[in-house]
Ligand binder design. Structure first.
Ligand SMILES: Nc1ncnc2c1ncn2[C@@H]1O[C@H](COP(=O)(O)OP(=O)(O)OP(=O)(O)O)[C@@H](O)[C@H]1O
Length: 454
């Protein structure tokens, strides 16, 4: 029996009666964040049947948006928070339960929802400010759920299962996979399946930022910290993600200086804004992603080994599209419907020739390239269905390289070089258009050009 259960059971109900009378709902959880006690009133408020066995269950299963686990983890109370439960505004107070030595053995939460009329102006203001933050793009909301990851091939189902389990833990996640395989989509899905789903989801593409801006974008800057810094200073993405998830895309593309600063964030959970000498505690879950071989970069001395191990706590690998060709038909129908919805045009059909071509193409840009080719086809198609030419098949020399003793990575590089060259040629060296055609970001295209020494 846990310490908390002993405490509750030994109080011959007095403690429980007292707690229940103080508020309109109360819940106690233990150190493992399992429910130890729930007041009758709270049970009714949550519409839970009176015979449903609740004790012993992870608290998130009863209250998906609860913040009590954070109180257990940090030992910090939150005296007044506003949250919506069952579409009703509630004022919530959460307290950690501590041993005399300060260690936390549980937490208790109280909610108030009746007679809150005097708090209505506060609720209105809170809702208004939240809306304003979203509209000013300061509070990012993530739109994708794990179910939006289309496909039922074995490797996709595996990664979706792993992601669902990973979402419940608060550890750092490293998403691996080629460009366009859905890493950002998966990161959003994990955030939305995690206890942090009500917090912000803040994404940052490390490769797209000029070196000079990375530091202030990520860690923030105090007023006047550098030439061009705003008068009021700038909040960093890490601070903006407080209480939520920070998604660091293209993590391999950061300088040694940023690697060192990020290591401190991961190790100490502290951040120091540019120009400040104050360390600020932060509460974010980090999901990093890369399409590059991070371990190889570590071996080459181009990425810090200690940072690599801090990031690689829970690696999830997204399969390339060519490794899950059986998902192509479902993806096509999903993407064609999306394109039709976005453009307002009727959804196009694929000819059997197009399906064959889609199944055998090597997809260097993965799902993003599939989306772009289908979008282009919807514009190009002159007949009542999409044909391979509409998908740009004639632009690609689809020559299967004759087998030689080349290593897989050599073959892959050759394929990359040839598709990059063709795309650049086709777009008269306009990099934005070439990146779009290949289904990769401009930053990725620049990286590839540099890496492949084109
Ligand atoms: N399994 C999938 N189901 C549906 N859509 C997908 C899937 N995978 C990727 N997509 C779509 O493909 C596009 C690219 O995905 P995303 O941006 O998540 O890839 P990425 O791996 O993060 O790419 P990069 O490495 O270039 O940043 C997005 O429009 C995304 O919605």
């Amino acid at each position: 029996m846990s310490q908390l259960e002993t405490l509750i059971n030994s109080s011959d109900e007095n403690l429980l009666t007292l707690l229940s009378s103080l508020c309109q709902g109360a819940i106690a959880i233990d150190q493992q964040c399992r429910v130890v006690w729930l007041s009758e009133q709270y049970r009714e408020f949550l519409n839970l049947p009176s015979d449903a066995p609740l004790t012993g269950q992870p608290v998130e299963e009863i209250l998906p948006t609860t913040q009590l686990p954070r109180v257990v983890k940090t030992g910090q109370p939150s005296f007044l928070d506003l949250m919506q439960i069952n579409n009703r505004w509630c004022a919530v107070t959460r307290l950690p339960l501590k041993n005399p030595d300060g260690s936390v053995f549980g937490a208790i939460g109280f909610i108030f929802y009746d007679n809150l009329n005097n708090l209505q102006p506060l609720f209105d203001k809170f809702a208004r400010l939240k809306k304003q933050l979203v509209s000013e793009n300061l509070l990012r909301t993530s739109k994708y759920e794990l179910d939006d990851l289309v496909g039922d091939s074995v490797p996709l189902l595996k990664v979706r299962r792993q992601a669902l389990r990973a979402a419940q833990l608060d550890t750092t996640i490293l998403l691996l996979g080629e460009t366009g395989t859905g890493k950002e989509l998966l990161a959003q899905g994990i955030h939305n399946a995690s206890p942090r789903r009500d917090g912000p989801f803040v994404g940052i593409n490390m490769a797209a930022l000029p070196e000079t801006l990375v530091e202030s974008e990520l860690f923030g800057a105090v007023a006047g910290a550098f030439t061009g810094a705003t008068k009021s200073g700038r909040q960093g993405k890490i601070q903006l993600a407080a209480g939520g998830t920070l998604f660091l895309d293209e993590i391999a593309d950061i300088s040694a200086a940023i690697q060192a600063k990020l290591l401190r964030v991961l190790q100490e959970r502290e951040v120091e804004a540019l120009g400040s000498n104050r360390l600020e505690k932060i509460d974010v879950r980090i999901i990093a992603a890369t399409s590059r071989n991070l371990k190889q970069l570590v071996d080459q001395g181009r990425f810090r080994e200690d940072l690599y191990y801090r990031l690689n706590v829970l690696p999830l690998r997204l399969p390339a599209l060519r490794e899950r060709r059986s998902d192509i038909p479902a993806l096509c129908s999903h993407l064609l419907q999306k394109i039709a919805r976005d453009s307002g045009l009727p959804a196009q059909e694929l000819s059997s020739e197009a399906i064959t071509w889609l199944q055998q193409y090597h997809w260097p840009g993965n799902v993003r390239e599939l989306h772009n080719r289908l979008e282009r086809a919807c514009v190009m198609a002159e007949q009542n269905a999409i044909y391979p030419d509409d998908l740009g098949a004639d632009d690609i020399a689809q020559t299967t390289p004759a087998f030689s003793a080349n290593s897989l990575s050599q073959i892959r590089s050759q394929a990359e070089v040839s598709s990059l060259q063709q795309a650049l040629q086709q777009c008269q060296h306009n990099k934005t258009q070439a990146a779009k055609l290949l289904g990769i970001s401009r930053a990725t295209l620049y990286n590839r050009i540099k890496r492949l020494k084109l």
